[in-house]
Design a protein around this ligand. Sequence first.
Ligand code: FE
Ligand code: FE
Ligand code: ZN
Ligand code: FE
Length: 177
Amino acid sequence: MSTTEKASANGVKAKSDAAKDLKELFVDSLKDIYWAEKALTKALPKMAKNASTKKLQTALEDHLTETENQISRLEQVFELIDEKAEAKKCDAMAGLIQESEDIMKETESGKVRDAGIIAGGQKVEHYEIATYGTLVAWAEELGLDEAASLLGETLEEEKAADLKLSEIAMKGINKKA
Ligand code: FE
Ligand code: FE
Ligand code: ZN
Ligand code: FE
C-alpha cells in the first residue's frame, strides 16, 4: 500500500456542514470557547467554594470576574464579524470541568483538595491559552485586527491566571499537602 493510500484509509470523512475555509473554522472555534467560558462561570464558583484558603478563593473569584468579561469580549468579536453569538459544546472543557469535580469528590477539604483544585484550574487555563493563542493567530491571518486584539487581551488574562495559580501552589499548598 502506498503512503497516499494509507493516509486515505485513515482519513476522516467530513460532515456535509464542515467548515470550508479558515474563516468558518475560526467561527466554529469561537462558538466552542464561548460555550467553554460560559461553563466556567458555573464551575469557578464551585471551585472557589471548595478552596480552603482565602488566597486560592480570591484568585478563583477574581478569575470568575475576568471570565465574565471574556464572554463579553467574545460577543464583541461575534459582532465584529457579523456572526450570531452562539455556544457549541466544548467536549474538552466539559471533560476538564468533570475532572475537577471528580478531584473534589475524591479529596477531603483542605490542603490536598486545594492542590487538586489548583491542578484542575491550571489544566483549564492551559486549554484556554492554547485556544486563544490559535484564535489570535487565525484572526491575524484573516486580517481581523480588532478581533485579534480583543482575543489577545483574553489570552494575556489566561496566562496571568495560570501564573497566579502556580504562585499559590509554590507558596505553600503543594509543600504542605
Ligand atoms: Fe477564560
Ligand atoms: Fe474547545
Ligand atoms: Zn471543544
Ligand atoms: Fe481562564
